[in-house]
Structure formats: C-alpha cells, structure tokens
Design a protein around this ligand. Structure first.
Ligand SMILES: Cc1cc2nc3c(=O)[nH]c(=O)nc-3n(C[C@H](O)[C@H](O)[C@H](O)COP(=O)(O)OP(=O)(O)OC[C@H]3O[C@@H](n4cnc5c(N)ncnc54)[C@H](O)[C@@H]3O)c2cc1C
Length: 505
C-alpha cells in the first residue's frame, strides 16, 4: 500500500502524529533509528492539555491507569505551586508517567490503527520534488529509498530532517547543564535527602521502584552536556549540595542535559514539516517539551490529512506553522526565564538578591489571577490561536471547554466524547426542537459530525452561542449566535473545504 506520510522518529511526537494521521484516514509510515523502544525516560510528566487531547481520542483511561496524578505543578521550582484546579478542565492535575510508558501506549494505539513502525531504520537523507518526498533509510540489511507525499521530522533536537530541508535552527548554545540519575537504591531516611530537596534537588519515585534525582550543581554546572556523568561525580555533587550522598547506588541511567534553546525558523518547507523537539529545544524546566510535541502533533495531523485527502482549504496546512511556532517560541521563552532564575540563585554574587526575587515571585504567585495566568501557560490550557476574522467571537481559537451535554440517540455525555474520530464537530446548542439542516451531513459528511444538543451545561464562554464548530484538535474554529445558514456554510467551507469533496476513507 502506498505511504502518504513518512514520519521520521518514533518518539512521543512521531507516534502521536502517526495516530492522528491514521485516524484521519491517511497512511503514515514511521521510521525509527533505534531497533528497540527506549527504556530510559527523560520526561516524567503529562500536563492538563495533553491529557485532554488523549481524552478526546478515548485514550485517557489507559494513560491514567499507567501513571499517578499530582495536583498542580511548579514554575521555576518556586514554593507556591501552580494551581491547575483553578483552571477549567476535567484534567486539572499533572500526570506522572514515564516517557517510555507514554511511548509504549502511543505505539500500542498506533498498532491498533494499523500504523507500521520500521524500527532499526535510520533516516540518512530526505529530498523533495514537486510530487513528493524521498527518504533514504539505512537498516542492518542495507539501504533503501522510501517515497511518500510528505515527510515530517519528529526526529528530535538534532533533526536530520530539519537539516536536509534547509531549515535553520537559530537560538542560543548551552551555557549550563543539569544532571539526572535513576537509582535502584536511595537512603530515604537520610536527612540529607530533605536538605537536598530544600536546595532544589528533584527527588521523584519511578514506577518500577527506582528513584530519580535531578540537580544543578553550582560547582559543575558549566560542564558540557557531552561529558559523561559518573556515580562518583553524582555522589560528590550531592554531598556538596546537602552534606550527604543520600546513599545513592545502583544507577541505571546517569545523564547530563543542557539549556541550549532553539526554535526552527519555519515548521514547513514545501513537503517537509517539523514537529516536537525537531522544531524546538530548551531546558526541561517545568517539563514542557514532550507536552508541546504532542500538541504540535495534534495540530498538524488533521491539516496534513486534509491536504493529502484533497479537501484542505487554501492555507490550512500553513496554519500549522502560523499557530504552533509562536507557541514553541513562548515555551522556549518561559523555560529561559525559569533557567535564569535557577542560575541566579547558584551564582554567589547574586545569591541574596536572587533569593529575594524568588520570595517576591512566591508572593505574587499567591495572587489567584497571577497564578492562573502562569498555570494556563504551563498546562497549555491557555493556548489560544489567533482568530481568523476581525469580528470573531472571543471563543474562536481557544480550546473548546469539555461541557456536559445530552444528545438524542447518543451515549455521549460531554463534548470530548464526540471527538473520538478526529473530525470537525458542529454543535447546535438548542433549547427547542431545532436541528442542523441535513445539508451539513450531506455536504461535509465524513469531515464534519453535526450534532444537535438539547441539554448542555451552561458555561460562561458559551452564553448566547447557538452553534460551535470544533476543530479536530479541540480548538474552536467558529461560533454563531444567529444560527444563520449562510454564515455556517461560509465557516464550514473555510475550515472543512468545499462541500461534496469526499474525505478519503
Ligand atoms: C532531563 C530531561 C527531562 C525532561 N522532562 C520532561 C518532562 O517531564 N515533561 C516534558 O514534557 N518534557 C520533558 N523533557 C523533554 C522531552 O523529553 C522531549 O521534549 C521529548 O522527548 C520530545 O519528543 P520528540 O518525539 O519530539 O523527540 P525525541 O523524544 O527526541 O524522539 C525522536 C526520535 O527520533 C529518532 N531519530 C532521531 N534521528 C533519527 C533518524 N535520523 N532516523 C530515524 N529516527 C531518528 C530517535 O531515536 C527518537 O526515537 C525532558 C528532557 C530532558 C532532557
């Protein structure tokens, strides 16, 4: 069977993208350099918007069963926590789940959707012409060339796809590094452990009984990330930070990571696109990289599928760069701010004012409005894309709230239960017996699910709204307060293309 999209990289971004593409009816092929899935996990967190996206596809239960939830999260390690519960989401928590588990669950889902993953296949070159792309891959049994309509580089920070596409990656080089270690043994009764936490050392239990410790050691924070970490160094640094090595032993993984911060100068070059770390890298402050990659994938999947299926309205695919690049830039920026705050605290001459600054920020964060603002950024629940028309409703571009509802003839009890097929959902909110005209199903059927809702949870953002067009990624495309049919037709055509141009099944 012909491949539509070659996804380079089976990390979280590539796997999520492959699932979204397959759900939308196109054929992705994932090529991954590693012969086996990665066992060690860099990321440990999924934030609220990522869990919402999984929920929209019916995947939240399996992720929740594999992790543990913790209330809220932090910004720059400040003592006052970000209060996710103040945000409007059913998933107002941080889900602690190892990256390896996230990847395994996404790979499982990809398998269910019939996606092929070629492991042990390294991409060594990518070219494009007017009809498609060619991807050269090298495997143990030799080299071959794969062809598809599009290629997406989900191949991480050192992306070969990005380089092959000639896309620049401007930003700043690494200036400081942190260290992580996953240990079979840590002395939990060692008082040094508490002192270490007070000094900003992260101590996190992992699902398999191991414990992760992460620190910034002022004495060694300029050591380049390429230099390996030894157990001896780890113990010495811990002792320097808190007076004890906390009995760490049995390391499974020791790693040094840096704060190089870069953003791709564009996310698309013709038939080649970038997502995840291939498009943005930064220090892992507040755990946002993997989350941002999943959200990139959710934004790109349906657009690319629309383009391949032949019904994408002009500009739909370019909307990916227009919407996601600014988000990438904002994430890079907030991690730079957090890193600066951490670094200042560690530089002797700034130690006192830096501590004072942290105390001030802690106090500010106790103001609900400020806390909500930062929580909305880190959770990504606040991500809003620019509306397409000047007189747009404030809801347009924002995420659709997961309001409770009743739909005749359906078991759905909330909006996110209507989004499992990855299509547009047109909701008609009515108190009476009005329904959407059959023309919607007839014209855009296969791309748009038209749902007449008779009972719905009143939500301040929906006051006065009679129709909402929800995009496949759960953002609001359009709203109506009049129910006027020509307006609806214009909106559907602008987003879901010309009526009648059938979706490919
Ligand atoms: C210490 C640390 C802690 C972190 N903690 C968090 C956290 O808690 N939360 C969070 O959201 N983020 C966190 N991150 C960031 C997160 O790990 C990354 O953002 C995430 O892995 C990016 O996913 P990705 O799929 O885009 O890229 P990657 O995970 O890098 O995956 C890229 C894949 O492409 C493959 N590949 C590369 N080149 C080729 C090639 N030429 N051919 C074929 N395959 C190729 C690789 O083998 C890999 O499987 C952390 C990062 C670090 C360093």
């Amino acid at each position: 069977m012909a491949t539509d999209v070659i996804v380079v990289g089976a990390g979280p971004t590539g796997l999520m993208l492959a699932c979204e593409l397959a759900l939308a009816g196109v054929r992705p092929l994932v090529v991954e350099r590693r012969p086996e899935p990665q066992r060690d996990s860099r990321a440990l967190t999924l934030h609220p918007r990522s869990v919402e996206l999984l929920d929209m596809r019916g995947l939240a239960p399996r992720f929740l069963a594999a992790g543990t939830t913790v209330p809220g999260w932090h910004f720059a390690g400040l003592r006052t926590r970000l209060d996710f519960a103040a945000l409007d989401s059913r998933h107002a928590y941080t889900l602690f789940i190892a990256q390896a588990r996230t990847e395994a669950l996404l790979a499982e889902r990809a398998g269910e959707l019939g996606v092929e993953i070629l492991r042990g296949h390294e991409t060594v070159d990518v070219r494009q012409d007017s009809d498609g792309v060619e991807v050269d891959v090298r495997a143990s049994h030799g080299r071959r060339t794969l062809r598809a309509a599009y290629a997406v580089g989900c191949d991480g920070g050192r992306s070969l796809v990005r380089t092959a596409a000639g896309i620049g990656f401007p930003g700043t080089d690494e200036t400081l590094t942190g260290v992580l270690g996953d240990f079979a043994t840590v002395d939990r009764d060692d008082p040094g452990l508490k002192r270490a936490q007070a000094k900003g050392v992260l101590v996190a239990p992992l699902e398999d009984g191991f414990t992760r410790l992460v620190y910034l050691d002022p004495a060694r924070m300029r050591v380049p990330s390429g230099e390996p970490v030894t157990l001896e160094e780890f113990r010495t640094s811990l002792t320097g930070l808190c007076g004890s090595d906390c009995g760490v032993d049995g390391p499974r993984w020791l790693s040094r990571f840096g704060n190089a911060s870069r953003l791709a100068e564009r996310y698309r070059a013709g038939r080649i696109l970038l997502a995840g770390d291939a498009a943005h890298i930064h220090f892992p402050a507040a755990g946002q990289g993997l989350n941002t990659g999943l959200q990139d994938a959710a934004n790109l999947g349906w657009r690319l599928a629309a383009e391949i299926s032949g019904w994408a309205p002009p500009g739909l695919l370019d909307g990916y760069d227009a919407e996601r690049r600014p988000v990438g830039a904002a994430v890079v920026e907030n991690t730079e701010v957090q890193t600066l705050l951490a670094e200042l605290t560690l530089v002797p001459q700034y130690e006192r004012p830096a501590a004072a600054l942290r105390t001030m920020l802690d106090e500010f964060l106790r103001t609900p409005e400020i806390n909500r603002n930062l929580a909305a950024r880190v959770s990504a629940l606040g991500t809003a894309y620019p509306a397409r028309r000047p007189d747009a409703d404030p809801l347009e571009g924002r995420r659709m709230p997961d309001i409770g509802l009743t739909v005749a003839g359906s078991s759905a009890t909330r909006v996110y239960e209507l989004t499992g097929r990855g299509r547009f959902v047109l909701l008609k909110l009515t108190e009476g017996d009005e329904a959407l005209p059959p023309a919607v199903e007839a014209g855009w059927g296969g791309r748009v699910e038209a749902v007449t809702v008779t009972g719905w949870e009143h939500h301040p953002e929906l006051a006065g709204v009679s129709e909402v067009l929800v995009r496949p990624d759960g953002h609001v495309a359009w709203t109506s307060r009049t129910g006027e049919s020509s307006e609806r037709t214009r909106a559907l055509t602008a987003w879901a293309g010309t009526p009648g141009a059938a979706a490919r099944d």
